[in-house]
Design a protein around this ligand. Structure first.
Ligand code: GDD
Ligand code: MN
Length: 389
């Protein structure tokens, strides 16, 4: 088995020697390390001198232009590893937040389970996001992962951590030319664009060995652009229907008020009506392929219960805000409807039209207890990836 560990680096000099030392101790013979470096400092020199002393082959790909940032570097690394004949590529950060000792286990897991991708997850089993500094980063990581999973419920059905930067993949199973790397979330790009067999291994995200995180607000913006680029999957028809529903809601609200009704009963009436029209349209146009598992009465009950209570909360909020601060019911209602929209989408994708997890055929064959899990349905389509082709 030939394994290439691809390590993207941007000004990570003080971490290189320690990373290579731990990798060399952990990796089986036949493995090598490929640094894909965009550094502006002396990191390339450090990599070269560490490579000269290392007990395993260490290569350096220094890019003249940092096209695509971290994701672009990873794709360049995958391309280079494929060209050099690697069967497996393991992508990991260069700051030791990803334990090098786990690399062999990731590849072994992929081989025994016949998986294309093994995701090292902070959010499964004994995994932990401990090294992510601050509750804000943890919250953003969790929330952005949840949003991605809601947008790609089938492709990400077995992935609890689509934001991770630590994963192993079978080199011949991804076509780097289909990817549009940008920002930090290369795994999401790979998983959303290709139908792959994915399994997960838990890991504990450690503290950085040295230096500081390169994550920035701009990366957050790029993540949103990336999601948009993956064409917003299911979210876009959901959004169109939500927008139509919101317009209908506002029209009814304005009409009833013009007819002399107080704004509160008018809001209740417009909310009730649009809950029903939204459900009918979403059932038909957004989640049609995911209806199979439950009865439509049950889905309507769940949807109505959620939207109803959400509408009650929203109406109370509206009343509170209109009376206290902003005396424009239509404006406040418009803002509240928009905020409620994302929450509603996540609820519908995660609860009403939930997609069950699956396991690879090879795992089933091992006779492992997989109660409650379904065998992979080869024809599972994910409308969220129509853009992929
Ligand atoms: N070549 C290259 N080019 N490498 C880069 C660039 C770039 O533009 N930007 C960052 N890197 C390298 C860093 O040097 C490091 O080795 C790795 O990518 C991760 O960057 P960090 O700065 O350590 O990011 P982080 O720890 O905040 O984020 C990590 O964890 C996230 C999960 O919360 C990354 O693995 C993210 O991909 C991951 O989503
Ligand atoms: Mn890091």
């Amino acid at each position: 088995m030939t394994v290439t560990v691809v390590v993207p680096t941007f000004n990570e000099g003080p971490n290189v020697a320690e990373l290579v030392r731990r990798l060399a101790a952990a990796l089986p013979a036949g493995s090598d390390v490929l640094f894909v470096d965009d550094s502006l400092d002396d990191t390339p020199d450090i990599i070269r001198s560490v490579a000269a002393r290392a007990t395993l082959p260490v290569r350096l790909l220094h890019r003249a232009e940092a096209t695509g940032g971290l994701s672009g570097a990873v794709v360049a690394g995958i391309e280079s590893a494929r060209a050099a004949g690697a069967e497996w590529v393991v992508v990991m950060d260069g700051d030791l937040q990803h334990p090098p000792e786990l690399v062999p286990a990731l590849v072994e897991r992929g081989v025994t389970d016949g998986a294309d991708v093994v995701v090292a997850s902070r959010y499964t089993g004994a995994g932990d996001a401990g090294g992510l500094d601050g509750w804000r980063r943890k919250l953003v990581s969790k929330a952005s992962g949840l949003l991605a999973r809601s947008m790609f419920p089938v492709r990400l059905r077995n992935v609890t951590d689509p934001m991770t930067g630590f994963f192993a993949l079978r080199a011949d199973r991804v076509d780097p030319t289909t990817l549009q790397p940008r920002g930090f979330k290369i795994l999401l790009e790979i998983l959303a664009r290709t139908k792959l067999v994915v399994v997960e291994e838990a890991f504990v995200f450690a503290e950085r060995f040295a230096g500081e995180s390169k994550a920035s607000f701009a990366n957050g913006v790029r993540y949103v652009q990336q999601l948009w680029n993956l064409r917003f999957g299911r979210l876009s028809p959901f959004a169109v229907i939500g927008a139509l529903g919101a317009l209908l809601n506002l029209a009814i609200l304005a009409g009833l008020q013009a007819a002399g009704m107080h704004y509160l009963p008018a809001v209740i009436a417009s909310n009730g009506l649009t809950i029903i029209t939204n459900f009918l349209l979403q059932e038909r146009f957004v989640f049609r392929d995911l209806r199979g598992t439950t009865s439509s009465a049950r889905r309507f009950a769940q949807s109505f219960a959620f939207n109803g209570s959400e509408a009650v909360v929203r109406t109370l909020l509206l009343w509170w805000i209109v009376e206290r601060a902003v005396p424009y019911p239509e404006l406040v209602q418009a803002v509240l409807i928009f905020v409620a929209f994302l929450v509603r989408f996540v609820f519908h994708a995660q609860v009403v039209y939930r997609v069950r997890r699956t396991v690879p055929e090879a795992t089933l064959a091992q006779g492992i207890d997989v109660q409650g899990l379904e065998a992979p349905d080869v024809d599972a389509r994910d409308l969220g990836t129509r853009a992929a082709g």
